[in-house]
Write a protein that binds this ligand. Structure first.
Ligand code: PBG
Ligand code: ZN
Length: 322
């Protein structure tokens, strides 16, 4: 008989043979910065997550940094939206101002900028729309301008989340041309057209005003295509590749991380957060245990970086366990 239980007999033995562990170093915390002043709005479908105006962002930054969070992902919500999302590439835009502010306060903190137009366009789509269809190549030009503007504001990582074809190569070229040769590209490579983004669209005020994102984001049914997307982004020069959402797509993360020798990120998205929070608030699940189990599963599947709204809580729980 194989006695698997031999190594489960006590905590020390279990600690010795544990295959996967999570660390604060793995966590990236998403933050929402909204134009205006004296704003702290809780996102109704994401308890504990707020939109902050820049003048109030410090309280949240301090909360993250003091718990040992080392990287953040910034989403800006401009007051003015238009057809071409012009605030996305305005050097004085809300996101650029936030990045500059954060890098002034915390030069060591790694700041990633989400690069996509949907928070900035009046129609809420991720690119330039003609006759209801997002034009790929026109969008690329704007994404390049946006990426350079974010790098100029001080972003360490550019994270394109738009799912236009060819954007990694285009952005790499644009960054290099402006001298930002060391700005990292973390590509949302396998990003699915998922219902799990629902709460985010409230947080970022980025819901499409018509139609959906299925003509540019991936069909959730396609795993092989996800590998082709990841491969293309690697060839185009991505430094880090991402699978998004997390939990329902761990098969893809696992396969991709075994296939490509690259740093992998996974996005534990808003809907995953909302489900856990809702059940926890009802007393139906143990929030801490569920979250740590989920994060461990993402690591086990091959994630090096976990982008999660639970980051501050996870950092706190890890501290308590020491
Ligand atoms: C922007 C973007 C989205 C998310 C990250 N960047 C929303 C979308 O594509 O509609 C989702 C993040 C989340 O749900 O937590 N394109
Ligand atoms: Zn978008």
């Amino acid at each position: 008989m194989k006695r698997f239980r031999r190594l489960r007999a006590n905590e020390n033995l279990r600690d010795l043979v544990r295959e996967t562990s999570i660390s604060k170093n793995d966590l990236m915390y998403p933050m929402f910065v909204i134009e205006g002043s004296n704003i702290k709005n809780e996102v109704s479908s994401m308890p504990g997550i707020y939109q902050y105006s820049l003048d109030r962002l410090d309280e949240e930054l301090y909360r993250a940094v003091s718990k040992g969070i080392k990287s953040v992902l910034i989403f800006g919500i401009p007051a003015h939206k238009d057809e071409k999302g012009s605030e996305a590439y305005n050097d004085k835009g809300v996101t650029q101002n936030a990045i500059r502010h954060i890098k002034e306060r915390y030069p060591e903190l790694t700041v990633a900028a989400d690069v996509c137009l949907c928070e900035y366009t009046s129609h809420g789509h991720c690119g330039v729309v003609h006759d209801g269809y997002v034009n790929n190549d026109e969008t690329l030009e704007l994404l390049c301008k946006m990426a350079v503007s974010m790098a100029r504001a001080g972003a360490d990582i550019i994270a394109p989340s738009d799912m236009m074809d060819g954007r990694v190569a285009a952005i790499r070229k644009a960054l290099d041309k402006e001298g930002y040769i060391n700005t990292v590209i973390m590509a949302y490579s396998a990003k699915f057209a998922s219902a799990y983004y629902g709460p985010f669209r409230e947080a970022a005020d980025s819901a499409p005003r018509f139609g959906n994102r299925s003509s540019y984001q991936m069909d959730v049914a396609n795993g092989k295509e996800a590998l082709r997307e990841i491969e293309a982004d690697i060839e185009e020069g991505a430094d880090i590749v991402m699978v998004k959402p997390g939990l329902a797509f761990l098969d893809i993360l696992k396969q991709a991380s075994l296939t490509y020798n690259m740093p992998f990120a996974v996005y534990n998205v808003s809907g995953e957060y909302a489900m856990v929070k809702a059940a926890a608030m009802k007393g139906w699940i143990d929030e801490k245990k569920i979250v740590l189990e989920n994060i461990t599963a993402m690591k086990r599947a091959g994630a090096d970086i976990i982008i999660t709204y639970h980051a501050i809580d996870v950092a706190k729980w890890l501290e308590e366990q020491q």
